[in-house]
Every structure is written in structure tokens, then in C-alpha cells.
Design a protein around this ligand. Structure first.
Ligand code: GSH
Length: 261
């Protein structure tokens, strides 16, 4: 039982205000000059699941020999609040990694939201994206699914199971239920096909693997894989290992993020 009583109007406790902490307002908090390198793509990111998606795509494009997809990759340290600096906010007004500038376009193009970046690169370089309407639509279904579903895993389950300062049964139960339902969905979906979209490896695999593949492989949220009985999702695990074997994926996990300071 909690003693918490919901007030009529929520007030922000400004004493908790800090450069990196959560605030109920958007926009930049300080002046910042981000470095810009020589390569066509400038990527500002971090090795979290959303950041790893983009690193995989960039490394896959490199593996495919596409030189125009060469990139400079910079570290945005979200626990130090780099995402609230003026230059980063100009690229992503939502202050979240990953964010990218395509400096090879006549007018540089900003791209934010990890799946928007995957789609942009897939369309620009005509890779990892089927062209037939039916196959493309199936891929879109899973891309949009991932964008809507993963916050239940990260912001819901991962937060309350691993990061919250106190362990509370109600939110852990609620988000574990939903996370296991999503894992079961993917496990059933992958029972008769090697990749999310069918027989072809696509950006849907790149979007889903850093979240759900890494979760069942025991790479996210401490002992979460054991807690979720991840070993029961055998098709999902096989798929996760299949993706992990790709040289570009291995490189993406070890890629160097350059300092912005
Ligand atoms: N829907 C966004 C989510 C991005 C996101 O949540 N990024 C996290 C790291 S994985 C972040 O930058 N958090 C910093 C913050 O919330 O201040 C995407 O897919 O790009």
C-alpha cells in the first residue's frame, strides 16, 4: 500500500532540476557547438538499443561497399545532458539520441527518430528495404510495431525492474506481462521464417534486434532474461543469434563514438 495521494494539479518540484535530469519542458538548456566531420553522414548517438539500430545500418551499408554512406559518429552522453545542448536540439527538437545530419545533400537534411533514420538510409541507398508493395507493407507493419512497442519494454519494464529506486510489484507485474506478451508474439512470428520480414534480412531486423534480441540474450536490464524466462522463446533466440553472427552487427556493437568536447 502506498500513502501517495494524487493532488488536483501536478506541480514540478524544481529543486530536482538539473542539467541532465528530466524536466517537463522541451527545448535547449545551454549553448553547445557540436563537431562536424568530413564524412557525408554526421551521426550523434550512443550505444543504447536505439543507437545500436543506426550503428548496425551504417555498418551494413559499409559491408555492402556503399562509400557514400560513410559516417562520423559522435557520443552524446545522455546522463550528462548533451541531448539538451543547442546544436543537438537543432537536429532533434525531441532531445533523444540517435540523430543524424546528411551533409551530402544540397541543403543538409536532419533526421531524427531511429526508425526514421533507418528508413532514410534504406531509401537513399536502396538497401535492406523490399520494393514490392506487399513485402514493403509487411516490413512497415513491424517497423511501426517496434516504435510503439519498445517503450513498454524500456520505459516500462526496464525502468521499473532495473532502474527505479524502489521495486514496486504493480508496475513490474504490469510491464512484465506486456513484455512477455511481446516476446511471445515475436517468438510465434519467427517460428517459420528466418527474418522478421520473411526470407530477407531488412531494417525491421535491425530495429527489433537491439531491443528484443539483446533482451533474450541477457544483454539488457541485469538479470531480466532469467526473470522473463527468455530461454522459453526458442525461435526468437535462434533469430537473435542469427543476427548477432553478422559481421556488421558485431562491428556495430564495438564501434567507436568520438568525443564531442
Ligand atoms: N523513439 C525514439 C526514442 C529515442 C530514445 O528514447 N533515446 C533515449 C536513449 S535510448 C534518449 O536519448 N534518452 C535521453 C533522454 O530521455 O533524455 C527513437 O527511436 O529514436
Amino acid at each position: 500500500m502506498s500513502n501517495y495521494e494524487v493532488s488536483k494539479v501536478w506541480e514540478w518540484n524544481e529543486e530536482e532540476k538539473s542539467k541532465s535530469g528530466n524536466q517537463p519542458v522541451a527545448g535547449s538548456r545551454f549553448e553547445q557547438e557540436l563537431p562536424v566531420g568530413e564524412k557525408p553522414l554526421q551521426v550523434y548517438s550512443l550505444g543504447t538499443p536505439n543507437g545500436i539500430k543506426v550503428a548496425i545500418m551504417l555498418e551494413e551499408l559499409k559491408e555492402a561497399g556503399i562509400e557514400k554512406a560513410d559516417y562520423d559518429l559522435y557520443l552524446i552522453n545522455i546522463s550528462e545532458g548533451d541531448q539538451f545542448g543547442s546544436d543537438f536540439v537543432k537536429i532533434n527538437p525531441n532531445s533523444k539520441i540517435p540523430a543524424m545530419m546528411d551533409c551530402s545533400a544540397d541543403e543538409p537534411i536532419r533526421v531524427f527518430e531511429s526508425v526514421s533514420i533507418l528508413l532514410y538510409l534504406a531509401e537513399k541507398f536502396e538497401q535492406f528495404l523490399p520494393t514490392k508493395l506487399a513485402e514493403r507493407t509487411e516490413l512497415m507493419n513491424w517497423l511501426f510495431w517496434q516504435t510503439g512497442a519498445a517503450p513498454y519494454v524500456g520505459g516500462g519494464f526496464g525502468h521499473f525492474y532495473n532502474y527505479a529506486p524502489t521495486k514496486q510489484e504493480y508496475p513490474i507485474d504490469r510491464f512484465t506481462m506486456e513484455t512477455k506478451r511481446q516476446l511471445d508474439l515475436l517468438d510465434k512470428h519467427l517460428a517459420d521464417k528466418p527474418y522478421i520480414g520473411g526470407n530477407e534480412y531488412t531494417i525491421a531486423d535491425m530495429a527489433i534486434w537491439p531491443w528484443y534480441g539483446r533482451l533474450v540474450q541477457g544483454e539488457l536490464y541485469g538479470d531480466a532474461a532469467e526473470f522473463l524466462k527468455a530461454n522459453e522463446y526458442t525461435h526468437l533466440l535462434e533469430w537473435a543469434d542469427r543476427i548477432q553472427e553478422r559481421p556488421a552487427v558485431k562491428r556495430a556493437l564495438e564501434v567507436e563514438y568520438k568525443d564531442i568536447k
